[in-house]
Design a protein around this ligand. Structure first.
Ligand code: MTE
Length: 330
């Protein structure tokens, strides 16, 4: 990435939300999202949960929030205010706080996604249609950025495989290509003459990676609608790969036969590969990937830990890469 380490003072250790607290908040958040009368909510005010503000979910999401399949994790979830204020979304600028500052200008309603290429059911689908037939699931995943920081984030979404099956890719569709919204009037980062990205932001997955049960399309996080800066209204989450593969604010999904060139490969192919699997023994040419800073952290408590191969999801995904030279296919 273009950006180097942020000041570690950005996040305070004391802001870590123990999972039990997160889970107990969840009922409250869900109630707020669904517009439940305040009398039905636990007797705690939003002021006590200042890191999670109530959000009004659009109608297509409201119905689905009533029937989420919740999950749990032993890991400490990052506070909402860290996950939603320390972001990479270059369409809104290169700084970590630029997305939170500027992404509210992005119009996410109405939103549709074009599905095209080698597929039996191409078309332009709205979000209601895209989510149809998929119950929303909570997935608490580690997100490991190639810049060597990480966070644990509770996403709400559904398996990408559900969508792929419904649109019926043809036999020669070997890869899936994703494209982000490109609307310069609403995206100051795309208008900057210092920007090195050839917009729109593009990413891709091999078909078996896209079909893997861990790969999801997220529409929310922390039991609420996805904030714009985190890629509203629809983003990819691929937890065993570096975060840049998890493309935000998707408007197009194409089924193709050739490996697509992603935005970062186009900028620096020797630094960012197509696979981008988290791997402690394959260094970035300019820094080591052996360790990572788990956010939130401080200068005095940097919260540094060893990086795990495939971000700790090896048991589930290592088979996808059997026989492959992971140094060559970084
Ligand atoms: N998607 C788009 N369209 N533009 C981006 O700049 N940044 C990527 C990824 N998806 C990016 C993107 C990077 S580098 C990371 S680490 C993750 O988003 C960060 O996701 P988060 O801000 O929700 O933590």
């Amino acid at each position: 990435m273009l950006i180097k380490s942020p000041p570690s003072s950005d996040c305070r250790e004391g802001e870590v939300t123990p999972e039990s607290v997160y889970l107990s908040r969840r009922g409250l958040m869900q109630g707020a999202l669904l517009g439940v009368a305040s009398g039905a909510l636990p007797r705690v005010g939003w002021a006590q949960y200042s890191d999670v503000e109530p959000a009004i979910a659009p109608p297509w999401l409201q119905r689905r929030l009533a029937d989420v399949q919740w999950s749990s994790s032993d890991e400490r979830v990052a506070p909402f205010n860290v996950a939603s204020q320390y972001n990479n979304f270059y369409e809104f600028g290169p700084g970590k706080t630029d997305p939170a500052r500027y992404a509210s200008t992005m119009q996410t309603e109405p939103w549709s996604v074009r599905i095209d290429g080698l597929v039996a059911k191409p078309g332009t689908y709205d979000l209601d249609q895209l989510c149809a037939q998929s119950r929303l699931q909570e997935r608490i995943y580690r997100l490991r950025c190639v810049e060597a920081w990480s966070m644990v984030i509770p996403w709400l979404g559904f398996p990408l495989a559900d969508l792929i099956r419904r649109v019926e890719p043809l036999g020669d569709a070997r890869y899936v290509r994703f494209e982000t919204l490109h609307r310069p009037a609403e995206m100051p980062g795309t208008r900057s003459r210092f920007s090195v990205i050839d917009w729109p932001y593009v990413e891709g997955l091999r078909m078996d990676e896209a079909m893997h049960p861990l790969t999801i399309l997220a529409v929310g996080m922390y039991g609420r609608v996805l904030p714009n800066q985190n890629g509203a209204p629809l983003r990819l989450v691929v937890p065993w790969k570096y975060g840049f593969k998890s493309i935000k604010s998707i408007v197009r999904i194409s089924f193709v036969s050739e490996q697509p060139e992603s935005s970062w490969m186009g900028i620096a192919p020797d630094e960012y590969g197509f696979y981008a699997n988290v791997n402690p023994s394959v260094s970035h040419p300019r820094w080591s990937q052996a360790q990572e800073r788990r956010l939130p952290n401080t200068l005095f408590s940097p919260n540094v830990r060893p990086t795990e191969l495939f971000n700790g999801y090896g048991e589930q995904v290592a088979d996808l890469y059997r026989g492959m030279d992971l140094r060559k296919h970084y």
